[in-house]
Design a protein around this ligand. Structure first.
Ligand SMILES: [Zn+2]
Length: 154
């Protein structure tokens, strides 16, 4: 594979990773609340307006909306595009470490085997990131609720 082939694959994997990050954001929000991962569609937590498909494109949707809900102008957390960017870079990193750095040609050296290992590493990375974010949310919400319920604290 030439350098151009690797760059094309990296662009594809970045987009795939960003999409995985978008799903990961849904998991982080809905799994602790025991909500469905499929329905309802993504919506603004402020005004409950469904998010249009064109605004649900990882990273770009947040940039187009300038980080605010189109309907009520409520701020959308920077964490959403940050997670999507992180997972996109993670996917590219796994490919770079597995294939580019080792100077192997996956088409000659067994594409299915590399695809399997890539999927395994990428899934493990996403699962760990999801668990870390769920844990962080639980930790911060408990910490803030503890502060709010302390006597004498307004
Ligand atoms: Zn809204």
């Amino acid at each position: 594979m030439t350098e151009l082939h690797h760059q094309i694959v990296e662009c594809f994997l970045f987009a795939l990773g960003a999409a995985a990050g978008s799903f990961l954001n849904v998991c982080v929000c809905r799994l602790p609340a025991r909500q469905s991962l499929c329905r309802p569609r993504s919506r603004c937590p402020g005004c409950n307006t469904p998010i249009a498909a064109r605004h649900n494109i990882p990273i770009l949707g947040w940039l187009v909306l300038l980080g605010r809900c189109r309907a009520c102008r409520m701020r959308i957390s920077l964490r959403y595009p940050a997670v999507e960017l992180t997972t996109g870079l993670m996917f590219v990193s796994v490919y770079w470490i597995q294939i580019v750095r080792s100077q192997l040609d996956p088409l000659e050296a067994g594409f299915v085997g590399y695809a399997f290992w890539f999927a395994l590493f990428a899934t493990a990375d996403c699962a760990l990131l999801t668990l870390a974010l769920i844990g962080w949310d639980a930790y911060t919400s408990r910490r803030y609720s503890a502060v709010r319920t302390e006597p004498g604290v307004p």
